[in-house]
Design a protein around this ligand. Structure first.
Ligand code: C2E
Ligand code: CA
Ligand code: CA
Length: 798
């Protein structure tokens, strides 16, 4: 670049200007000199002319009179003019009369010597001739001086112009040089250098602009470098995130998938191939994946993806099955999310597949347990309730569609005797046989076993006559002799019948009325059935009197608490107790809760009773803390009505305040059905009490819905496996597998597992094997009154 500009700006325009001016001046000088010479020559000629004329006229007489003397004088007189260097006067015959040449140096010089000839006439006759030679010496001298002075002028003018231009270009090029220096310094990295031009014309303006340009460049490059560092930092974060993501994907049990809707590319992590039983690189694209889908789930798989087009950035979940390479069916849980571009267009969908086969299996087992009677395989009480609830509350329910039908309550007569005399095993076998026979012979909508020897049958579109026919059929099936272990047994039963909608359109009423009718039938001897009648209200009357008694009992402080110890499996120490209420009835003696809790719940008396129980338990806990039985947790059962009471949280906090109980020792037991009834408010209640340190147990797990899905969403700390379930566990049987699964799943949800109703060592062993945390049951201790439980606690003091 430097060389490109190596020719100085000054030289590049100074010399041409100088040359031009010089040339112009020289040319004008020459032109002027020529003109001047011309003028002088003309003047000379004119002067010679008039001189000769004057001489000729004065010489006329002298010629005429041949006065040579006069002619000589005339000739001499001509020499007064310094330009005249020679005069010749001739007569009419060209004889020289006078000839004189000026004797000076200039005559010898080689100048022009024009010769002027003047004829002298007398009338028309020539009488003589005068010749004068002039010198151009003076003329030339004048011209020379003129040219010289012009030339000097030219030199001076040129010099002045030169100086002016020089000065001008100096200032101009100095500014440009400064700009050049500045730019050079800047471009060589001296970013703080600036151009110092002090003038304020265009160059100063230019320098100012360039300085601003430097500032902008520095500012921008600073921004750029800032951006670069941020970018570098982000890149690093991205790299770390990507690495973390990759480790997560590689280490995860889930298959990660990503479907680019623009390119159609479908990525699925190596785990996906593994789930299908393929090697890592066998699974490449969506169509390969699709070919493994369980045929019936194909449509819902497509539906799942289509859903993203309606709600692009929503999270969507669903479960589906695949058939692995080796033919086994696996359940997958899929969760995905749509990804949008800047214009909110769906461009990708990605998510993960989790293999939930084991969980589904466990849930199916639990479901089976929840809705089916373990012994007979018939639907259980929960299923009956669900069935009737659907019938009465669904949009096409019995109530709205006037569906009629009957509910038959069947109770085996004297079954207890068989149990007591022949043992539980035979009793159980008998029940299995009855269930089998009923299932085989009776055509109805549902047959359920709701308790020990109680069965309930529902038949829709069934009038009185049909109900009678059905009852007789049932009686005949049950009375048919049954052979077990070589013995023949004759059974009988009593049936209570309620009709819907006549007797009611809700489960409780229909069951209660059929139950009442059943007792009436029993009173009339064996193999009887009875329709419910209004007059059968004895039961109800009984309930009313019990209601009165409970109220009275509360006033009289007839309710007392028993405490059943809870033992930590690992240490064998008693770590807590469950408070269980008993009623010291004035006439009936000590009553267990099965005789009054349900009634108290039905009549709402559970609210004051529950409050009394909680207050007593909390006060007991505080007393134990004071007397040295420290850190014993206190479990208290909370009933449905209590749990749904709006002021529950405040009521509990008030009691805690009154009794000064250590909140972290309080463990509230709630059943699943209660907690699930109003999921959101349950969660809110539990959370606000948990904030105070109170913990929650899910009671009776294994006989209700036992839904792990709901359990996940609720903030329980403990899971209590129901005694019915614990007691059905035997080595290597189906229940053992399920109990193992329950404990594992509960642990994976950070729940502490308590098993209740342990009566034997055999029931305890599998629980120890599967790392159940706490145990409770007659094997350790029955529920005991305060004094007795204290003796037991004493033994466990550290
Ligand atoms: P739950 O909450 O499941 O209480 C455990 C029941 O199992 C107690 O019966 C207890 O005595 C019994 N149990 C403990 N170990 C064994 C065992 O090894 N084998 C057998 N077969 N049973 C065992 P309980 O005291 O008769 O209470 C029955 C139910 O009454 C309780 O079931 C609970 O739902 C309710 N209940 C008891 N006390 C209260 C209370 O204070 N408030 C409320 N709302 N309900 C209560
Ligand atoms: Ca309980
Ligand atoms: Ca329980």
């Amino acid at each position: 670049m430097k060389y490109f500009y190596s020719k100085k700006l000054s030289t590049s325009f100074l010399y041409p200007i100088l040359f031009t001016v010089f040339t112009i001046l020289i040319l004008t000088t020459i032109y002027d000199a020529y003109n001047h010479k011309q003028r002088l020559m003309n003047a000379l000629a004119e002067q010679a002319d008039s001189l000769l004329n004057i001489s000729a006229s004065s010489a006329q007489d002298a010629f005429w009179s041949y006065n040579d003397e006069s002619l000589k004088k005339i000739g001499d007189a001509l020499f007064d003019y310094k330009e005249v260097i020679e005069v010749v006067i001739l007569d009419e015959n060209a004889r020289i009369i006078y000839k004189h040449k000026r004797n000076t140096a200039i005559t010898h010089q080689s100048y022009l010597f024009p010769r002027f000839v003047q004829q002298v006439y007398k009338d028309t006759q020539k009488i003589g001739e005068i010749q004068v030679v002039f010198t151009t010496y003076y003329l030339n001298k004048a011209i020379k001086n003129e040219v010289l002075s012009r030339f000097i002028q030219t030199i001076i003018v040129n010099f002045i112009i030169f100086v002016i231009i020089l000065l001008l270009s100096r200032t101009l090029t100095k500014s440009i040089d400064e700009i050049d220096e500045g730019v050079k310094a800047f471009s060589e990295g001296n970013v703080n250098s600036r151009i110092h031009v002090k003038n304020n014309h265009e160059i100063g303006e230019l320098a100012y602009r360039i300085n601003r340009l430097f500032d902008t460049i520095i500012e921008n490059s600073k921004k750029l470098s800032d951006n670069y560092f941020t970018l570098q930092h982000k890149e690093e974060l991205l790299r770390v995130a990507e690495e973390r993501y990759r480790y997560a994907v590689e280490g995860s049990n889930d298959a990660i998938w990503d479907w680019n809707l623009l390119t159609g590319d479908y990525y699925i992590s190596a785990r996906g191939a593994k789930i299908l039983g393929l090697s890592e690189n066998e699974l490449m694209d969506l169509s390969t994946w699709n070919s493994f889908l369980y045929p019936e789930d194909k449509a819902s798989f497509e539906h799942f993806h289509a859903g993203f087009h309606h709600e692009p950035d929503s999270y969507r979940e669903f479960q589906f099955r695949i058939i692995g390479k080796s033919g086994e069916i696996r359940w997958l849980f899929c969760r995905g999310k749509g990804i949008l571009d800047q214009s909110n267009r769906l461009i990708r969908v990605s998510g993960f597949y989790t293999d939930i086969t084991e969980r589904i299996k466990a849930e199916e087992s639990i479901n089976q347990l929840a809705y089916y009677d373990v012994l007979t395989g018939l639907p259980n009480r929960a299923m009956l309730f669900q069935y009737l609830e659907k019938l009465f509350t669904s949009p096409n329910s019995a109530v709205t569609n006037n569906i009629s039908g009957t509910l038959l309550f069947i109770d085996l007569d004297d079954f207890r005797t068989i149990n007591d005399t022949k043992g539980h095993v035979v009793g159980d076998q008998m029940l299995v046989q009855v269930a089998k026979d009923l299932k085989a012979e009776i055509k109805c909508d549902i047959i359920t076993r709701i308790g020990g020897d109680e069965f309930v049958i529902i038949q829709k579109d069934c009038d009185d006559a049909q109900a009678i026919k059905l009852s007789n059929e049932i009686i005949n099936v049950i009375r048919a002799p049954k052979v077990l272990n070589g013995y023949e047994f004759n059974l009988s039963c009593s049936i209570g019948i309620s009709l819907f909608p006549k007797d009611g359109s809700d489960i409780d009423t229909l069951l209660m009325k059929a139950d009442t009718a059943m007792y009436k039938a029993k009173d009339h001897g064996k193999n009887q059935f009875k329709f419910f009648e209004q007059s059968m209200n004895d039961q109800i009357v009984h309930k009313i009197s019990m209601h009165h008694d409970i109220r009275q009992g509360l006033l009289n402080k007839e309710f007392i608490l028993f405490y059943q110890p809870q033992v930590e499996v690992e240490t064998g120490k008693v770590v807590g107790v469950e408070a269980l209420v008993r009623w010291q009835h004035p006439t009936l003696g000590l009553l267990s809760p099965i005789h009054f809790i349900e009634l108290a719940e039905e009549t709402g008396l559970i609210i004051p009773l529950g409050e009394y129980i909680l207050r007593t338990a909390c006060a007991q806990s505080t007393e134990w803390e004071k007397t040295g039985y420290k850190n014993i947790s206190m479990s208290v059962n909370i009933s449905a009505k209590q749990f749904n009471k709006k002021t529950l949280v405040d009521d509990i906090l008030k009691i805690i305040d009154e009794t000064q109980m250590r909140t972290d020792l309080l463990n509230l037991e709630v059943t699943e059905t209660v907690a699930m009834e109003n999921l959101e408010s349950s969660i809110a209640i539990m959370n606000s009490l948990k904030e105070k340190g109170i913990v929650f147990s899910l009671d009776d797990f294994g006989i209700g819905y036992s839904s792990l899905t709901y359990l996940k969403t609720m903030p329980f700390n403990y899971l209590k496996i129901d005694k019915q379930f614990v007691q059905s566990v035997q080595h290597d049987n189906y229940e053992e597998v399920v109990i193992k699964a329950i404990i594992e799943i509960a642990h994976s949800m950070n729940l502490t597992v308590i098993a209740e109703g342990i009566e034997t060592k055999d029931q305890l062993q599998p629980l120890i094997n599967y790392k159940c945390d706490h145990v409770q049951g007659y094997y350790f201790s029955p529920p005991l009154p305060k004094n007795e439980v204290e003796k037991l606690l004493m033994r466990h003091l550290p």
